[in-house]
Design a protein around this ligand. Structure first.
Ligand code: GLU
Ligand code: ZN
Length: 491
């Protein structure tokens, strides 16, 4: 294990949309690098032309930037080991594959899928290990020539050592894999395309990665990679074997592994709903790690100051949307008002179904923002909370109307209008007294008296503090809306 500067890597494949499991991996690598004053390498593993896409590549970069997970070496940034996209490194892999073949660390395997399947089934039936049986390890040149004359093409297979492989996982402690469980494996396809099994450790070696922190799903590839690493060291290609740490599975609904395809797993959903990057990262850091026994809301700087891979728990972590939302809500409260005001602006200035960007009023928004900040779970909630300020007339919410407008509501609204007309519109307190007094005349407590006023003015039964809302909306609009409600009630 390395004792020089820490070099970690985040090396996603650009397939589909980024998901939260991937973000957790990026975060733990990044935090480990930052905590140790090390280097974060960002590498794109795009060797699968059939599945990779440029769109997904762009999304990955955009997501990392939105999250604030910066990289020291990688796409667009460059660094001492370019290029950082595997699709541009094919010559390197071919060169290494040839050296492995020449050094006797790998060999050509001519077996067909049918042959492999038949031998595997037979081995299983006999209760023997069912992995590749090593048949092509010792082919003579005559046998190879004969296969080739038959028109067979060969894959390149890595020759696993005969003894067990033991390593100390940074999360799980000492692990041992016996040879039966780790048979010889393919590293180059018959068409010459190098596989993940080759390109990933080769790049880790060439990029001098010291710590490989990645998901538990990749644990089974680690003994293979360690064996390959030993060969690369003997060939003078690698310096030393990195340390490995496997991050726990993330479980979703029904205690099943959260899958990429699970809608809950898509990073874009959290962005679209208006999670703050710091809220989401805070929550994701708790998937396998904890800040302290009694504090689960913290800043990213606080996390970096404390983060150590040795503190990661090997047990599966459960993805809990409610907790993610609660933590995000706390981060919204922690913003200073100005930052909050700006963070919501994209939602308010965007074209909406029921109001146009020109209707947005910055002064009204700044006045109401402090009341909204204490209420939101995600930033996109802001529109429903403040749309009454920008719309010509409030949204029509039938359920709210039915709930608030009872028999006698018209009489109450008439009295409230009269008292509001005479109130001091520079004081929410005065507006409250007006509605309170109107309620008293009709034998209604404040709660009951304010419901029809709220629905008349905002369209909804729930919302921000009513009297501050009325003050910010202003007298003319408030009274006009009460008149409109009265007209509707008496129509
Ligand atoms: N490209 C691989 C993946 O996204 C990287 C795995 C690794 O970290 O080794 O699964
Ligand atoms: Zn074979």
């Amino acid at each position: 294990m390395a004792n020089g500067p820490v070099r970690v890597r985040f090396c996603p494949s650009p397939t589909g949309n980024p998901h939260v499991g991937l973000v957790r991996t990026a975060l733990f690598n990044w935090a480990y690098a930052r905590h140790n004053g090390g280097t974060m390498v960002f590498r794109i593993e795009d060797t699968d032309a059939a599945r990779d896409s440029e769109e997904s590549y762009n999304q990955l970069l955009d997501s990392m930037r939105w999250l604030g997970l910066d990289w020291d070496e990688g796409p667009e940034t460059g660094g001492p080991h370019p290029p950082y996209r595997q699709s541009q490194r094919m010559d390197l892999y071919q060169d290494v594959a040839e050296k492995l073949l020449a050094g006797g660390y790998a060999y050509h395997c001519y077996c067909t899928t049918e042959e492999l399947d038949a031998r595997r089934d037979a081995a299983r039936a006999a209760g023997k290990p069912s992995g590749y049986d090593g048949q092509c390890r010792t082919l003579s040149s005559e046998q190879k020539a004969a296969y080739e004359a038959e028109g067979r093409t060969a894959i390149v297979r890595f020759k696993m050592p005969d003894g067990p492989i033991t390593f100390t996982d940074l999360v799980r402690g000492e692990l041992t894999f016996t040879p039966d469980n780790v048979p010889d494996y393919g590293i180059v396809r018959a068409n010459g395309a190098p596989l993940y099994t080759l390109v990933n450790p080769v790049d880790d070696a060439l990029m001098e990665i010291t710590h490989v922190l990645r998901g538990e799903d990749l644990l089974s590839s680690t003994p293979r990679q360690i064996a390959l690493y030993k060969a690369l060291i003997e060939l003078g290609i690698a310096k030393e074997i990195p340390a490995f740490g496997h991050l726990p599975y993330v479980m979703g609904e029904g205690n099943k592994k959260l899958s990429k395809r699970d809608p809950q797993a898509s990073l874009n959903i959290y962005r679209e709903r208006g999670f703050l990057p710091e809220g989401l990262l805070n929550y994701l850091s708790l998937l396998g790690w904890s800040f302290s026994a009694d504090q689960d809301v913290f800043s990213i700087d606080q996390m970096v100051a404390k983060f150590d891979i040795a503190d990661v728990n090997a047990n599966p972590a459960r993805f809990d949307l409610k907790k993610a939302e609660a933590i995000n809500a706390d981060h919204i409260r922690l913003l200073d008002v100005k930052a909050f005001t700006e963070a919501c602006a994209p939602w308010l200035r965007a074209p909406h179904a029921n109001w146009s960007p020109e209707q947005f009023d910055q002064a009204a928004w700044e006045a109401i923002a402090p009341y909204a900040q204490t209420r939101l779970t995600v930033l996109s909630d802001i529109t429903a909370n403040v749309d009454f300020l920008f719309l010509d007339s409030p949204v029509e919410d039938e359920a709210s109307w039915a709930k608030a407008m009872k028999e006698g509501s018209d009489a109450l609204l008439r009295t409230a209008r009269e008292k509001l007309d005479g109130a001091d519109w520079s004081s929410a307190e005065s507006l409250k007294s007006a509605v309170l007094a109107a309620g008293e005349e009709h034998g209604l407590k404040l709660g009951k008296a304010q419901a029809p006023v709220r629905v008349a003015v905002t369209g909804r039964t729930v919302g921000l503090p009513l009297f501050e809302s009325l003050e910010i909306l202003g007298k003319d609009k408030t009274l006009a809306r009460i008149d409109a409600a009265l007209a509707k009630l008496t129509a």
